[in-house]
Design a protein around this ligand. Sequence first.
Ligand SMILES: O=C(O)C1=C[C@@H](OP(=O)(O)O)[C@@H](O)[C@H](O)C1
Ligand SMILES: C=C(OP(=O)(O)O)C(=O)O
Length: 450
Amino acid sequence: MSGHGSPIPMTSRRAGPLQGVAEVPGDKSISHRSLILGALAVGETRITGLLEGEDVLDTAKAMQAFGADVTNHGGGEWSVRGVGVGGFQEPENVIDCGNSGTGVRLIMGVMATMPITATFTGDASLNKRPMARVTDPLALFGTQAVGRTGGRLPMTLVGTTEATPVRYEVPVPSAQVKSAVLFAGLNAPGKTVVIEKEATRDHTERMLAGFGAEITVEDTAEGRVITLTGQPELKPQVIAVPRDPSSAAFPVCAALVTPGSDVLVPGIGLNPTRAGLFTTLRDMGADLTYENERVEGGEPVADLRAKYSPNMKGIEVPPERAASMIDEYPVLSVVASFATGTTMMAGVKELRVKESDRIDAMARGLRANGITVEEGDDWWSVEGKGPDGVPGGGTCESFLDHRIAMSFMVMGFGAQKPVSVDDGSPIATSFPIFETLMGNLGAQISRDNA
Ligand SMILES: O=C(O)C1=C[C@@H](OP(=O)(O)O)[C@@H](O)[C@H](O)C1
Ligand SMILES: C=C(OP(=O)(O)O)C(=O)O
């Protein structure tokens, strides 16, 4: 859990080129779902490459509290002995999901249609985030929720004993909301239907099918229509978690803005619902290539090669691409600072309800480093200073948000003066080896404020 220890100030500065191979950790979204679906299967699911970041470790603890048997065998190998759909026991204590929106929202969905009561909490960041987007559709199944004003954590959910399946059109582009409804539908008899107007990451659909659930996805005029048949027996799986494209974004973007760099980031999942950043960087003129393209575990995968790219141009990022790169806008805004011209990012209101208000957090930090930023409710734009024109020299607040902290570290590698963050401790939620990995490529990060 982040935010419970002392803050870790960090500073990054220009050093030589970044070179070498960056083996980023396992995908966070798939790691959460591997533990949760493993806990709902009958028998033992084995997982390799699990992300051992704080967010996922909190989900592992939660699955244990609900009665699954979760074992860490070391070296990223885990096993989960599940209790079957509907089989969770009532936890004896409050479930603390730390910094993780994905963890808390998915787990709320799972327990919502079981005859148990559970209370959820998180850190200062998670306890500010909206939960009604999940508890509203869960109420349609018959689940009751009582939380703080505005639908905030801590919050108690009383699972329903008589779930009826629902048909729900997700009002915001959110894979967490979609997944919570599908997971609740698992223990409702009959067909639960979820409709999303814009496609969001589809790991839940793919993994439910992999665990043996009956699930169909249709592209219609209404949007993506997902139909799940409730009360399946889920079969335990052997899962190799692919490396996280959202973590790969950091060494990739660092290489693009650091003179002389050439970095290989192997084995990155390029599921189209996740790969929007890489398309955008290529549209900007980044020297980013896909090598050794292949299919692994049913997902497209490639080795990414990123080289210093002094000729990038600002672009208008297509709003319809937002969901496929939603966590990557902070680091994209850093790359945009090193491009020529303006980068416009629209249709991104969801950025305001992440671990921090990411438009506000980035705008403040970018301005502190000499960059001009404009913003509206659901858009923002960054004026590029060119490859060698980013002043730097600022200290930025990370607002308990790992992606804000890592983005400003990337800025410092290419800026004229060092860039600092007040607290890099949240980086451990999703990318615990970030400092070591960047250091091995030749980057300079120190634990102090310049
Ligand atoms: O389902 C998931 O694993 C995630 C969904 C996204 O959140 P939203 O559903 O709030 O868009 C994303 O930002 C988060 O990092 C992971
Ligand atoms: C938004 C994120 O995570 P979560 O919603 O799970 O806290 C993220 O990792 O960028």
